[in-house]
Every structure is written in structure tokens, then in C-alpha cells.
Write a protein that binds this ligand. Structure first.
Ligand code: TPP
Ligand code: MG
Length: 564
């Protein structure tokens, strides 16, 4: 007979052997055997974060940096439910995570035992797979089952379409016994990756060859050098226009990197602006204008490339779908160049130039406002900075300006405001370079437990844009028109961010004026320590300057601008 907790020691051992790097533990009693096993194997790579919601997002940030699944370990009960927001984000952003939850044994569920809820398939709508380990592995067959499930869980998390996986671990008392040594017959199962390529006479190759105008649209993706190289090679094709926002991390090589400023929803585009072929891959696209434009194209060929089985038709026009890694498909396409200017590419290049001039004209001398803050940040953050963009209006404002060679991360899987700081902290904890997290005031308060971290990363610099509540709702036409808006939606507050920040032991500085912007950003950039820079804008939540900016773009669209 083996030991009843053999699978607990082996769980940590197998994941270590599979090159998992990081473990985030949230304290509890039911998970005591798990904590011991992982601490024995992973040592200082185990971090402790008490708030499971924050821990979940922190682990997601770590996985974004390493592209390996970080492990989460919780006790039973509501702790398990608090992982749910980060799991949903990881599921839709396709970030690998291994979520290990301790549980009561089955006989005690629903029996008014302490801290017990039904944890079976608890994340069922937002998880790639859910496993439950045997409660006792003293028998050979049970241990064999546990080994196989652990290996399968790992490989499911890191498959071509990665995501979160749940391993529920029922544990009987006593919980503080010594654990056994690693099994002599431990099984570490390896998996070989296959690569799909398209044959020369495939439908996409034929369509690609015949197309006169091609638009490649990239959604959100983590920075990827090889894919960038493949797309860069294709950009030499004179028929091609590349649409890539900062969160795609291809903005630096894009034809249209700021579609929200370049495109205009109020006009009908001429024939020469319409692509024959559109190829789309990656996650979410942020700009509403590019979505509207693409949804209006009824006669173009529309291809979607994804390693997943699911057909994602964000632009409501997909006619063909390739299940493969985008890089393997793109590398197979041949570049065509012509001496004469392609009218489609020419059209969009001119649109971009014109939008740049319009924007420069309007923002040349604007007063202190959210728009000016983002213009200045876009100019003054280091050219190659790593930025974690908060949700709500932050990520949208960044779209209006040139983001240089920066790398962009953001919780755009489901766009919650509840874990941006925690994810940024997880990301920074795995990188040596400074990481700049930019978040709104409501987002900061919501996730202030991100600062409740003994090992808060020194290289994380937080820029908090305090516009007194949800500025985004002012920019949307609907919400601000109803009298319920101010009391219920804008959510004004009187939070003292200096006190809140200092309560967690972080340095703080405040900017409240146009003249203070550049020096405070410079101080933040040059500072060696982590720090919170609060930039307070006094528009009483009313971003009139931003509204006027879009009116100006709409009114002047199509007007040839002089150079400024
Ligand atoms: C968890 C969660 N709850 C609610 C929302 C809806 N929501 C979107 S933006 C927003 C306001 C955010 O305000 P703030 O962080 O100050 O950013 P600002 O709009 O001012 O840029 C809210 C409540 C959300 N995205 N996520
Ligand atoms: Mg705000």
C-alpha cells in the first residue's frame, strides 16, 4: 500500500518537471498539504497573496510574461469563487493558468461542514478543462489515474490555444501529516507539437494571389518576435494594409496603428478603400470604428486564422476559416511588389497622414485634460517601455497617439476593471525592465489589494489617472443623458490616494497641472523605486476636450490639411 497523499507530492513534482516556474499560494488550512508540497519543490518561487481575486490576476500577469502556466493554490469555499474573474480573463485572452483548489472530500459536501461548497466544475463556462483528483492514492490504480490527470491538465493549459485549467483536490483530515517522498514510478508525459501548413494550391493561396487589395487585421496578442518578422516581410507586398493597434504589439510596423483616429464612421468609403481580401487573427480589437468599417464590407473575402476550433466572426463577415497558428500560414504566403503605387494602399497611407495632421492641429495647444495627459504620456514614456494598459478609457486614449516601440499588455479578454493592477504586478514580477501600469481611479480603488503584497515588484510604476470616477461613461452617448447617471454611474468619490498608497508602503507623487505633467512623468521614469503617480484632472468627470476632439475629426475629415 502506498501513501494516501502520494499524488500531492507528485503533483508538485510533475509540474516542476514540466518547467512550471511560478506558484501563487493563498493561505488556508484545507490546502495545507498542497502548500507544503509546492514549497518543498518550488521554494522561493512560491508567493503568498491573501486576496484570491488579486492572486488570480497576479498569476495571469506572470503567465503573460513567461508564456507558461503559473499555478494558483487556494483553500476551499468562497476562496475558490474569488479566482473566477481572473479565470474568465485568462480563458478569453488565452493565457495558460493552473488553478489548484483544495476541497472537502465528497462525503462532506452539503452536510453543513465548515467552508464547504460544491466545487465540481465550478468554473465550467470559463475553463478549458476541469479535473478532480482521487481523495486517496494509496492504491496503484488511483495513483496512476492522478498522474495521468495531472499531465493532461498541464498539456491542456499550454496547448496551441492556451487557457486556464482547474484541478480540484479533495483532502481528508488530518491535514498536517508529513508528506511522502516522490514516487519512484512518477510519470512525466511529454507532448510533441505539430505544425499545420497550407499547400500551394490551397484556397487561401489562390485568393491571396488574385487579390488586388489586402487588409491584415491583428487583434490582441502578446509580443511575439517571430510573428512580427513574418508580418513585416508580408508588409513589403504593395497590395497590403496592416491594421494593428498597440495591444496587438505590431503597431510599430502597421499602416494603421490608430484606427480610432484614422477611420471615420460618418462617411461612405470610396471603392479604392475597400479590400478584396481581409485576414484576421489574434484576440480582441478595441477600436469601434474599424469594427464598423469591416462589418460593412459585404463583398470582400474574409479569412480568420486561429489554432482553435471555434469560429470567431467579430466582423460578421467571415467566409473562410483556417485552424492553425497564424505564423505557419503567413510564412507560406508570397510577397508581390509592383512599381506602380497600389491605389488601395495609397488611399490608406494618405488617410493616415491626414489624420496625423488633424490630430496635431487639434492637440497642438490643448489645456489640461485627460486628452493632454495621454498625449504627454505617449510622448514622454520611454520609447521602448513595457506598458500595462488599464481598461475603461485608458486603453482607448492610448489608441489615439503614437505608441512608438512600446510593448502593450492589457486585460482585454473580458475587460474587467477589477484586476489590472494585480496583473501588472504579476507581469512586472517576472521582468527586469520597468513596467508602467496606467489605470483609472475606479480601477485603482477596485484592485488596490494588488498593493497588499510583501514582494511588490520594485520595477512597477503606477500612473493613476484620477478623473473622479468613470470618465468613460461621459464619452458614451447613452449613459450620460439620464438623470441616474451622476449618482449611480459616474461614481464620484473622495478617496485619498496618497493615504491609500502610503498605507501599503509605496511612494506617492501628485500632478494637478499642465506644467507639472512633464516633470512628474520624468521623475517617475527616472526613479529607482516603485511609485504611484496620481495625475488628477479637473474636468468634474466631463471630458469636453475629448468630445470636441472627435467632433473636430468628424467635421474636418476629408479636408486636406497643411503641414503643421
Ligand atoms: C469588474 C468590472 N465592473 C464594472 C465594469 C464596468 N466599467 C467599465 S469602465 C468603468 C469605470 C472605470 O472608471 P475608471 O477606472 O476611473 O476609468 P475611466 O473611465 O475614468 O477612464 C466601469 C465601472 C467593468 N469593466 N469591470
Ligand atoms: Mg476615472
Amino acid at each position: 500500500m502506498g501513501h494516501k497523499l502520494q499524488h500531492i507530492t507528485d503533483l508538485a513534482e510533475i509540474l516542476f518537471a514540466q518547467n512550471v516556474e511560478d506558484v501563487v499560494v493563498s493561505p488556508g488550512s484545507r490546502n495545507a498539504p498542497l502548500i507544503r508540497a509546492f514549497y518543498d519543490r518550488f521554494g522561493a518561487r512560491c508567493k503568498s497573496l491573501v486576496d484570491e481575486r488579486s492572486a488570480g490576476y497576479f498569476a495571469l500577469g506572470q503567465s503573460l510574461a513567461t508564456k507558461k502556466p503559473a499555478v494558483l493554490i487556494s483553500t476551499s469555499g468562497t476562496a475558490v469563487l474569488n479566482y473566477a474573474p481572473a479565470i474568465a480573463e485568462a480563458f478569453y485572452q488565452k493565457v495558460p493558468l493552473l488553478v489548484i483548489t483544495a476541497d472537502r472530500p465528497a462525503e462532506w459536501i452539503g452536510q453543513q461542514d465548515n467552508q464547504a461548497i460544491n466545487q465540481q466544475a465550478i468554473y465550467k463556462n470559463y475553463i478549458k478543462a476541469s479535473y478532480s483528483l482521487p481523495v486517496d492514492t494509496s492504491g496503484r490504480e488511483d495513483l496512476w489515474l492522478a498522474h495521468r490527470l495531472i499531465n493532461e491538465a498541464f498539456h491542456t493549459a499550454v496547448s496551441a490555444s492556451p487557457g486556464p485549467v482547474h484541478i480540484n483536490v479533495p483532502l481528508r483530515e488530518p491535514l498536517y501529516e508529513n508528506l511522502p517522498a516522490v514516487s519512484t514510478n512518477i510519470s512525466v508525459i511529454h507532448k510533441q507539437k505539430t505544425v499545420n501548413t497550407l499547400s500551394e494550391n490551397s484556397l487561401l493561396h489562390e485568393t491571396w494571389k488574385r487579390a488586388k487589395s489586402i487588409m491584415i487585421v491583428c487583434g490582441q496578442l502578446p509580443p511575439d518576435k517571430n510573428l512580427k518578422e513574418a508580418i513585416k516581410n508580408l508588409s513589403a507586398d504593395s497590395r497590403l494594409v496592416l491594421v494593428a493597434e498597440p495591444v496587438s504589439n505590431f503597431h510599430e510596423i502597421a499602416t494603421i496603428a490608430n484606427p480610432e483616429v484614422t477611420l471615420n464612421s460618418k462617411i461612405n468609403y470610396p471603392e479604392e478603400a475597400i479590400p478584396d481580401l481581409i485576414i484576421y487573427f489574434g484576440g480582441q480589437v478595441i477600436s469601434k470604428k474599424i469594427k464598423l468599417f469591416l462589418r460593412g464590407l459585404q463583398h470582400s473575402k474574409f479569412w480568420f486564422i486561429s489554432p482553435e476550433e471555434q469560429i470567431i466572426d467579430t466582423f460578421q463577415n467571415i467566409n473562410s476559416f483556417i485552424q492553425a497558428e497564424p505564423i505557419s500560414v503567413l510564412n507560406g504566403l508570397s510577397v508581390e511588389t509592383t512599381d506602380t503605387k497600389n491605389s488601395f494602399r495609397n488611399f490608406w497611407e494618405k488617410e493616415v497622414q491626414n489624420a496625423v495632421k488633424l490630430k496635431a492641429n487639434y492637440t497642438g495647444n490643448i489645456s489640461y485634460s485627460d486628452l493632454l495627459v495621454f498625449k504627454t504620456l505617449s510622448q514622454d514614456l520611454p520609447n521602448d517601455a513595457i506598458v500595462f494598459a488599464g481598461n475603461s478609457s485608458v486603453v482607448r486614449y492610448l489608441l489615439y497617439f503614437d505608441q512608438k516601440q512600446r510593448k502593450y499588455y492589457s486585460n482585454r479578454g473580458v475587460s474587467g476593471i477589477d484586476g489590472c493592477l494585480s496583473s501588472a504586478a504579476g507581469l512586472a514580477s517576472k521582468l527586469n525592465e520597468p513596467v508602467f501600469a496606467i489605470v483609472g481611479d475606479s480601477s485603482f480603488v477596485y484592485d488596490s489589494n494588488a498593493l497588499w503584497n510583501r514582494d511588490f515588484p520594485e520595477n512597477l510604476k503606477i500612473i493613476l489617472i484620477n478623473n473622479d470616477g468613470g470618465g468613460i461613461f461621459h464619452l458614451l452617448k447613452g449613459p450620460s443623458e439620464h438623470e441616474a447617471f451622476h449618482p449611480l454611474v459616474n461614481a464620484h468619490h473622495a478617496v485619498d490616494f496618497k493615504k491609500l498608497t502610503e498605507a501599503f508602503g509605496l511612494d506617492y507623487q501628485l500632478c494637478t497641472s499642465k506644467s507639472g505633467l512633464k516633470p512628474s512623468i520624468e521623475k517617475l521614469v527616472l526613479g529607482k523605486q516603485n511609485e504611484v503617480l496620481e495625475i488628477r484632472t479637473f474636468n468634474n468627470g466631463e471630458p469636453q476636450i475629448t468630445k470636441d476632439f472627435f467632433n473636430y475629426l468628424n467635421t474636418n475629415y476629408g479636408t486636406e490639411m497643411d503641414d503643421t
